[in-house]
Design a protein around this ligand. Structure first.
Ligand code: ADP
Length: 398
């Protein structure tokens, strides 16, 4: 059985074609910078050379067509036709309280994904485009959605209820849902494994830092708190999203600038975060480069970002009642040596420090804290795709 997993992020599309017989990736790849200048597809077929294709990739629909062409290409493809794909697993970000596990996609399910666009305005639309592009290009192939919110279902009510009138939860489902669930689940399990510990015996803070980012507090293998909320706007500063801000800023600025609610949501989701502070880019590589060339606002954006992550590490240490490990994952967490070091600056007081030599690593499992650190720090590449493939197989086998 071969399962294609599609993970449409806000500006990226990750894919893997997984052979479920041994859970190996027959091909994997990444389309980056979708909708911004310099879009690129990097396709890595097993046993063949890596291929890089630059193109003007305006949206996720074009990106998926490029991926399917790459998979079936005469030279760098891995299958002779799309018929070899038995099922497609899609990461879907938020469907409120409508589903509690992986679900076969039907017209009714698509309607619910659409009805929940306002819960994840950058993601649910990209997820739905992915689903519809696959339906069109691979008719009859089962499509399964795996929700980003599932891992966070174990949070206690005290973590997910907002301190606003309780009716907002009862009437409208306003609560913390949390996102990047498949990543937090996978990375927490991997971290426990790297520590040679049973997940039940450890407290872990997972820092998923990509273009979007969130932290989770994982106690005994279960999530007990996370930074994202009703939507993926809450928590740490992100590429283009503001994270936590004083909610009174909204009416204040709407009045001063004459903005509508839609304009304000666009401002907070697409124009804020490190893009908003730096004025340079939403991509941390561009900002790091600008900061290194003396751009003060770029440097400030990196400082603000690191500060918000460090602050939540402290908060989650208290929520967990002690931490055994901190794990960095996703695009920035796996690759930015300088950002990991910056975030962990000054954490010696609670028993950890980064070893600069060990930290000189990108994209592989590695402990990066100094020898004997009480709180161990790890880089753990995420594998949301494998979790999605396993869940997809389970749904299709029913
Ligand atoms: P998402 O899925 O939310 O789009 P990713 O997990 O793919 O995000 O991460 C994308 C981010 O990772 C980009 O914004 C980029 O800034 C950052 N990133 C990737 N590689 C590097 C690197 N070598 N150095 C610094 N940042 C990086």
């Amino acid at each position: 059985m071969k399962i294609l997993v599609l993970n449409c992020g806000s500006s990226s599309l990750k894919y893997q074609l997984i052979n479920m017989a041994d859970e190996s990736a027959v091909a994997k790849g990444l389309v980056e910078r979708i909708g911004i200048e310099g879009s690129i597809l990097v396709h890595e077929p097993e046993g063949k050379d890596k291929v890089k294709q630059t193109a003007d990739i305006k949206n996720h629909s074009i990106a998926i067509k490029m991926v399917l062409d790459a998979l079936t290409d005469a030279n760098h493809g891995v299958i002779s036709s799309l018929k070899e794909i038995d099922a497609v697993g899609h990461r879907v970000v938020n469907c409120g309280e409508n589903f509690s596990g992986p679900t076969l996609i039907t017209p009714e399910v698509k309607k619910i994904i659409k009805d929940c666009f306002d819960l994840a305005p950058l993601h649910n639309p990209a997820n739905l485009i992915g689903i519809e592009a696959c339906e069109e290009l691979m008719p009859g192939v089962p499509q399964v959605m795996v929700l980003d919110t599932a891992f966070h279902q174990t949070m206690p009510k005290s973590s997910y209820i907002y301190p606003i009138p309780y009716e907002a939860y009862e009437k409208h489902g306003v609560r913390r849902y949390g996102f990047h669930g498949t990543s937090h689940r996978y990375v927490a399990e991997q971290t426990a494994m790297l520590m040679n510990k049973d997940p039940k015996d450890v407290n872990i803070i997972v820092c998923h830092l990509g273009n979007g980012g969130s932290l989770s507090a994982v106690k005994g293998g279960k999530c007990i708190d996370t930074t994202m909320g009703l939507t993926p706007l809450e928590g740490i500063a992100m590429g283009t999203r503001c994270g936590d801000i004083d909610s009174a800023i909204l009416p204040f600025l709407m009045e001063k600038e004459g903005m509508t609610i839609e304009q304000m949501m666009d401002y907070l989701n697409k124009k804020s975060g490190v893009l908003g502070v730096s004025g340079v880019s939403s991509d941390f590589r561009d900002i790091e480069e600008a900061a290194n060339s003396g751009n003060e606002r770029a440097a400030l954006a990196l400082d603000v970002f690191a500060h918000t992550v460090r602050k939540f590490i402290g908060a989650f240490a208290a929520v967990l009642g002690g931490v055994d490990a901190i794990a960095f994952t996703a695009g920035l967490g796996e690759n930015s040596i300088t950002m990991r070091a910056k975030i962990c600056e000054g954490l010696e007081f609670f028993g950890t420090a980064i070893d600069p030599e060990k930290n000189n690593v990108r994209g592989k499992n590695q402990e990066i804290s100094v020898d004997g650190a009480k709180v161990k720090v790890f880089v753990v590449p995420t594998n949301e795709e494998l979790i999605i493939a396993r869940d997809t197989k389970a749904v299709c086998s029913k």
